[in-house]
Design a protein around this ligand. Structure first.
Ligand code: PBG
Length: 325
């Protein structure tokens, strides 16, 4: 027998052959584009650490939503900035909040978009934590009713999917019960099930003005060292009624995405977060990397690991590149 019998390079010879045997195909079908909405009108302020990403008022956000659908992106996820912050983050539940008004405006403009809303309190609380505070500690159970009320206000405004990102125990069950009780059994829950306490959220906290004013989020978000615990978190959220589960961040947690995909037969989402985006942008601006190739490689990796849904600030760029591929 002459050596080698198997020549892997045979199928790499031309683009036609490479395309023919390709295992993962990135499409716009599973993309969600994150957006930051704020009070006021005609506001469009670029987030300094996230080039190309803006805090914008409802009118401007609706314009961008039109662009997003035009690019073939099926979904947006909305984050809100309040007029006023307080101890309990009361504006998170206000029908007049920026998120609630944006959903209504999207519906009124008949833009064909899936609207996902981030359900959390940190953007709305004066202390910047994702729950109620007592003696410097973040309380779990008293927070649940506030989260459920925020989710309900999003459902009333017309959200398709609510996405709790707070990491309180029992929030999925509390939100499901509240939505069902008020006649929204069809509003789905995408839970940030395995959300790690990550330094990669830095730029987001500038965008959403949600940095904790004391301490950190280690008592509720997951320890980056834990993988098996992520499977327990996912199992619990599914028992409580989550429809889609998410791993966050994405790049440093590809093993978690793969493990969750292998163990649970539900749609798996991954959040390619702000810090992951900003690093790519910064390196590309310096001419150190080829932005398009790097982004395609990152998003392909996230999909290959097992995420069929990807939340990413690169969504519009990716959609444009895929059109011209
Ligand atoms: C709110 C929330 C955060 C992100 C999404 N929802 C920040 C945090 O937990 O501090 C991060 C998203 C990103 O970095 O792009 N709890």
């Amino acid at each position: 027998m002459t050596f080698p019998v198997h020549r892997s390079r045979r199928l790499r010879r031309t683009e036609a052959l490479r395309g023919f045997v390709r295992e993962t195909h990135l499409t716009t079908g599973g993309l969600a584009y994150p957006m930051f909405v704020c009070p006021g009108s005609n506001v469009r302020t670029e987030v300094s650490s996230m080039p190309g990403i803006f805090q914008q008022s409802v009118d401007k956000a609706v314009e961008e939503c039109r662009e997003v659908t035009g690019l073939g992106i099926p979904a947006v996820i909305l984050f809100g900035l309040p007029e006023r912050k307080d101890e309990t983050g009361s504006e998170a539940c206000s029908a007049q909040g920026a998120v609630q008004r944006t959903i209504e405006a999207i519906r009124k403009a008949k833009i064909d978009l899936l609207v996902i809303t981030d359900v959390c309190l940190c953007e709305f609380t004066s202390h910047g934590h994702c729950g109620m505070i007592q003696n410097g500690a973040v309380l779990n159970d008293p927070t649940l009713v506030h989260l459920a009320n925020a989710a309900l206000s999003h459902a009333r405004a017309g959200a398709d999917i609510v996405a709790p990102s707070d990491m309180m125990d029992g929030r999925v069950a509390a939100i499901r019960a509240k939505l069902d009780e008020h006649g929204f059994p069809d509003v789905a829950i995408l839970s940030y099930a395995a959300k790690y306490c990550s330094a990669f959220y830095g730029p987001f906290r500038e965008a959403a003005q949600s940095a904790p004013q004391f301490g950190d989020r280690r008592s509720y978000q997951m320890d980056p060292a834990n993988a098996r615990e992520a499977l327990r978190e996912v199992a619990l959220d599914l028992e409580e009624g989550a429809d889609i589960i998410m791993v966050k961040p994405a790049m440093p947690y590809l093993d978690i995405i793969q493990g969750v995909r292998a163990q649970f037969d539900v749609p798996v989402a991954a959040y390619n977060v702000s810090g992951e985006y900003s690093m790519v942008k910064a390196a590309a601006r310096n001419g150190w990397i080829d932005e398009q190739r790097v982004v395609l490689e990152i998003l392909t990796g996230i999909q290959r690991a097992g995420a069929s849904i990807i939340l990413t600030y690169h969504a519009k760029d990716l959609a444009r590149w895929l059109k011209h591929c």
